[in-house]
Ligand binder design. Structure first.
Ligand SMILES: NC(=O)c1ccc[n+]([C@@H]2O[C@H](COP(=O)([O-])OP(=O)(O)OC[C@H]3O[C@@H](n4cnc5c(N)ncnc54)[C@H](OP(=O)(O)O)[C@@H]3O)[C@@H](O)[C@H]2O)c1
Length: 302
């Protein structure tokens, strides 16, 4: 394997996993990190077998020289406008200038293609970047993975472990799509090494509804979990407006109202991950919600 893959944001949670997965598949990985990155973090990346490049994304000439001969550029950058639009544009322009053929933007989210501007600030920025991306002479592929399944144990507000409740909005029979970060990284690494991939790829390690989640938690914990309906989607929408007004936190990446917008989108059928590309790389064994939660629950009760 002599394909060179560029990973921008290699120090990040997902970026590092993508790098590991690429190295396991024999790729040559050039990892981009910021110039002021912690030297310990750089050393950790080098130990994985990566070539690490501390870069200033506004230095087009240096960036282009690193990207030359790459098979694909993978972005795993996180941020607001300055990153999603500005830094990703600098990365993309450098890739185009040296004839890189493929680009994976930092999407890794629910499928936002059918949503309208104003429904999710962070996803609006991605759609805005796509307008520029789709006009460039490079083949882009976005990966939609729903929510990171790992977040069910903390940030994703559905399981109250101690109170033994499953909270949900809307209809308890509507499925939500979850994929672990490791599975998303593994899939992304296959996509990066592929020669030709479609504009959008949709994956879900597990599509699960609140009723099923209640059953899963019952089996894992050996005790009854209760379903707790928080209200209709319209009520959630009203709450988002109130929280956004009271605590706008405009410059924060994940203010409370943004997480609520994500939940509102997740329960919307426009985001449902029904037609999936899970089988595109048959080597991948997808982690199910029950496996992830079983491991977590055992760790809690050690
Ligand atoms: N679907 C989901 O449920 C879900 C959940 C969380 C995240 N995500 C998405 O997954 C992707 C990766 O997220 P993550 O959690 O891995 O993020 P992360 O751990 O915060 O890593 C983000 C990376 O972006 C880099 N970065 C941030 N600001 C930058 C800037 N101004 N210039 C250059 N690099 C910059 C960081 O560099 P340093 O290391 O130098 O700081 C870091 O390497 C993002 O698209 C994120 O939105 C999806």
């Amino acid at each position: 394997m002599d394909k060179i893959i560029i990973v921008a944001g290699a120090n990040g949670n997902l970026g590092k996993r993508i790098c590991k997965s690429l190295i396991e598949k024999g790729a040559v990985v050039k990892a981009l990190v910021r110039k002021n990155s912690d030297s310990k973090k750089i050393a950790e990346l080098e130990l994985l077998g990566l070539q690490v490049f501390p870069v200033d994304y506004s230095d087009a000439a240096t960036l282009s020289s690193i990207l030359k001969d790459a098979h694909c550029v993978v972005s795993a950058l996180t941020g607001l406008r300055d990153v999603v639009i500005n830094t990703q544009t600098q990365l993309l322009d450098a890739a185009v200038s040296v004839g890189v053929k493929r680009f994976i933007p930092s999407d890794y989210s629910l499928d936002f293609t059918n949503f309208n501007d104003g429904e999710n600030r962070n996803l609006d920025l991605r759609r805005e970047f796509h307008k520029y991306l789709d006009a460039q002479p490079i083949a882009p592929t976005s990966i939609f993975n729903g929510a990171f399944m790992d977040m069910l144990t903390n940030d994703f507000p559905m399981i109250a472990f101690e109170k033994k409740k499953i909270t949900y909005w809307g209809d308890a029979r509507n499925e939500l799509g979850f994929t672990t970060m490791d599975d998303t990284a593994n899939f992304t690494s296959y996509v990066a090494l592929d020669d030709c991939t479609p504009r959008y790829l949709r994956i879900a390690g597990h599509n699960i509804n609140p009723k099923e989640l209640k059953k899963v938690m019952g089996v894992i914990s050996g005790s009854q979990f209760e379903l707790m309906r928080m209200g209709a989607p319209k009520r959630l929408a009203r709450l988002i407006k109130i929280v956004r007004f009271l605590a706008p936190q405009k410059n924060k990446l994940y203010p409370a109202w943004q997480g609520m917008q994500y939940m509102h989108n997740m329960i919307d059928q426009r985001a449902s991950l029904k037609s999936l590309d899970n089988d595109r790389y048959p080597q991948i064994k997808w982690t199910k919600v029950n496996e992830l939660l079983d491991t977590y629950y055992k760790s809690l009760n050690k």
